[in-house]
Design a protein around this ligand. Structure first.
Ligand code: FMN
Length: 219
């Protein structure tokens, strides 16, 4: 079977993307509005974009539009509106222990409601940016906006938000001797629908070298 994206409905495309590209890590993004209201929401369209400089990216999509002067325009999610205004955010990592709270913060609360309060999470001051850290997360990365790329202007279009990491916080047991303990971090990933994965099942694959391949084909 072959599918040409332009021949199918956006919702079907979305289902194919989230069902094919998985498991996806989750950025639990804290921001602050210019009025000072903190905001927190999960984004699984998320990855590392660069190591030098260290840049993370995530993609808030448009799921609402409104009519303005006879034109249909997208309504940004609170996270995107805040990043546009304040140019700062924090990516908090999601461990299994905070999965339910993370999910609660995906509720479409009004702009003046802080998900930190709604989900009873502890907001801890950051050192280099205004949005707070989620104290319950084991790793928090403070980011300054690097760029925003608008990819689609309609429903299910959205933006790629890139942020340069300026400070990383690790909780006590998760980072030792330049090693991050997978068991302690206990990350979850998003699958399709309401499903998530843990990191419990693992196997190892050693990366091949060109020398090893040449030796094995000489036999
Ligand atoms: C695990 C998870 C991952 C999500 N990933 C995304 C995503 O990558 N992009 C997106 O636009 N919304 C995503 N959402 C939905 C947003 O979290 C949701 O729309 C939220 O209300 C946005 O909050 P805000 O308006 O405060 O920014 C995800 C929800 C969950 C539960």
């Amino acid at each position: 079977m072959i599918i040409i994206p332009k021949d199918i409905e956006p919702k079907e495309m979305y289902k194919i993307l989230i069902g094919s590209v998985l498991p996806r890590p989750i950025a639990w993004v804290s921001t602050i509005s210019k009025e000072g209201i903190s905001n927190l929401a999960p984004f699984s369209f998320f990855t590392v974009a660069s190591t030098v400089p260290p840049v993370l990216c995530f993609a808030p999509q448009y799921n609402k539009t409104e009519m303005k002067n006879g034109k249909e325009i997208p309504v940004p999610k609170d996270t995107l509106a805040n990043v546009r205004e304040t140019k700062e955010f924090v990516v908090n990592m999601v461990s299994h222990s905070v999965a339910e709270k993370m999910n609660q913060t995906s509720t479409p609360y009004p702009h003046n409601v802080s998900e930190f309060e709604a989900a009873k999470l502890t907001a801890k001051p950051a050192l280099h940016v205004k949005p707070p850290l989620v104290a319950e997360s084991l790793i928090n990365m403070e980011c300054k906006l690097y760029d925003i790329l608008e990819i689609g202007k309609g429903m299910l279009g959205g933006c790629l938000v890139l942020g340069e990491i300026v400070c990383i916080h690790f909780s006590a047991d998760v980072y030792e001797d330049t090693h991050i303990d997978l068991e302690v971090l206990d990350s979850i990933g998003r699958l399709s629908g309401n499903l998530y994965s843990t990191i419990r099942d693992r196997f190892e694959l050693v990366r091949p070298t060109i020398e090893a391949i040449q030796t094995s084909t000489q036999v």
